[in-house]
Design a protein around this ligand. Structure first.
Ligand code: LLP
Length: 469
């Protein structure tokens, strides 16, 4: 993230995007290639053909790549947590907040994942994809009675409760519907992580979960056990996002397994499941540390669960995890068309080339919101021109409308060229807005030489249709 680079000159930070290399740890999805004429292709489809038929900006999803990432998580967790390993199995829930459409929900479910939702809207998409309720979880720190009722009516396998009042709310809705609600308690362990680092503090000053240190998590468990309408299915911990160092997960896992042992000692109830959340980091620019493959994550978590349970003298729980970004992020790229190109003189005597594209902060808010770093590559042709220090910016009326803060692009980049920004599959379309009345781009799935529209492009007419005048 940019803060760490504050002192460096722009030209030192402006690196060329890594070339597509076909590896799952890279910034590009595995089927991206650069052809002999210099243009990029995805799953055998030339990006110029995608742009000609569907326009830009467009989110392009590599279906086989996404399916392979989902399958890799399912296979890795099945193997690492198998009874033969002395453990009690694992389920992987795809965190739909990263990106959810009916097709994507179906794909990941076909590849062996369940779906984690955090609103009634995400729940509706998973149900539309015919994912069975039992394979869906519902999160949220402020679920409405309607969302709780929808989840219970469709037999959702777990509602993750986030506060003491919510326990009463879920119990009331369950009583009204005449069902028993399966609930998990979201526990805040004091561990927070993101990027390369984690911090552990006792007390929590944030909206999510019930604190371990203050006793709130324990009070929630006792409240649930006292309600006939509620079935305590598990304890849950989520420590952050874009995490590259697995140490934070290990600390949080030990803390929550300790709480589970304490509950067992006091009440005789050994909670059956523990969810260790999502948050596994991916490569955005190729300059961050290497992302952990699903096999490495599963092995590290299995190891800590095995050791912690042995130390605590408790039988291991069934484990679940909730990766979002690491399933869908690297499978997507955004295709833009270049418009205005403008060199700007800098105080240090250098210059920066502002390359404007036909989207921006409405299709990718992450650079503006989190100072997230991306990279970009000329996608429609090769160029031998000397690279320039460029900043890719959008078309919005805001100077913070930045897509890529620092990137080296060929000096002849010009109006009409296509640019591709890799690793936009997660938290791109799902956080998109209509700022400046810009319609949101389509989501196009590319597989085996063909393109399919998963989510169509919005039009200004769509936006006007909402305006009742
Ligand atoms: N489970 C829970 C309870 C979560 O809150 C999240 C993310 C996940 C799973 C999935 O985390 P992932 O594996 O995708 O890192 N909009 C931000 C990320 C916010 C994540 C919020 N919770 C971004 O664009 O970086």
């Amino acid at each position: 993230m940019s803060g760490a680079h504050a002192a460096a000159a722009p030209q030192e930070l402006a690196r060329t995007a890594p070339e597509p290399d076909g590896t799952p740890a890279g910034v590009w999805s595995t089927s991206v290639r650069r052809g002999e004429d210099g243009a990029l292709s995805v799953a055998g489809v030339d990006v110029r053909a995608i742009a000609a038929e569907h326009g830009t900006p467009a989110y392009v999803v590599d279906e086989a790549d996404l399916r392979a990432r989902a399958r890799a998580f399912a296979v890795a967790f099945d193997a690492a947590f198998a009874p033969a390993e002395g453990l009690a199995g694992a389920d992987v829930y795809y965190a739909g907040k990263a990106f959810l459409s009916v097709a994507v929900a179906r794909w990941v479910h076909e590849e062996g994942l369940r779906i984690d939702t955090s609103t009634g809207g995400e729940l509706a998409v998973a149900l539309r994809a015919q994912v069975p309720g039992a394979h869906i979880g519902l999160h949220g720190n402020n679920k409405s009675a309607g969302e709780i009722a929808a989840a219970l009516t469709h037999g959702v396998g777990r509602l993750v409760v986030d506060s003491l009042p919510e326990i009463e709310k879920v119990a009331a809705v369950a009583a009204e519907l005449g069902v028993r609600a399966p609930v998990m308690v979201r526990v805040t362990t004091g561990v927070h992580a993101g990027g390369h680092e984690f911090i552990a503090t006792a007390h929590e000053d944030q909206k999510f979960g019930l604190s371990l240190a203050s006793g709130a998590a324990r009070a929630a468990v006792d409240a649930i056990l006292a309600h006939e309408e509620l079935e305590l299915v598990g304890l849950h911990s989520h420590i952050g996002s874009q995490i590259l160092d697995l140490a934070g997960f290990e600390v949080a896992a030990r803390a929550i397994l300790g709480l589970r042992a304490e509950i067992a000692a006091d009440t005789g109830v050994l909670v059956g499941e523990v969810d260790l959340g999502g948050g596994y980091g991916i490569a955005y620019t190729g300059t961050e540390g290497a992302p952990n493959a699903p096999g490495a994550v599963a092995a590290a978590l299995a190891d800590v669960v095995r050791r912690a349970c042995a130390d605590l003298g408790t039988a291991p729980p069934r484990i679940s995890v909730e990766p979002g970004r690491s399933v869908v992020g690297p499978s997507g790229l955004t295709l833009y068309t270049v418009g205005t190109v403008k060199p700007v003189a800098l105080d240090d005597g250098g210059s920066r080339t502002y390359v404007s594209v036909d989207g921006g902060m409405s299709d990718n808010i992450r650079p503006a919101l989190y100072q997230a770093d991306y990279t970009a590559a000329l996608a429609s042709r090769a160029s031998r021109a000397e690279p320039v220090t460029a900043r890719v910016v959008g078309k919005h009326c805001e100077s913070g409308d930045i897509v890529v803060r620092h990137v080296a692009l060929p000096g002849d980049v010009a109006d009409g060229d296509l640019l591709a920004v890799p690793a936009t599959g997660a938290y791109g379309r799902s956080m998109a807005s209509n700022y400046n009345m810009v319609p949101r781009p389509p989501v196009l799935a590319v597989d085996d030489g063909t393109v399919r529209v998963l989510v169509r492009r919005e039009t200004v007419d769509d936006l006007l249709a909402l305006d009742l005048g």
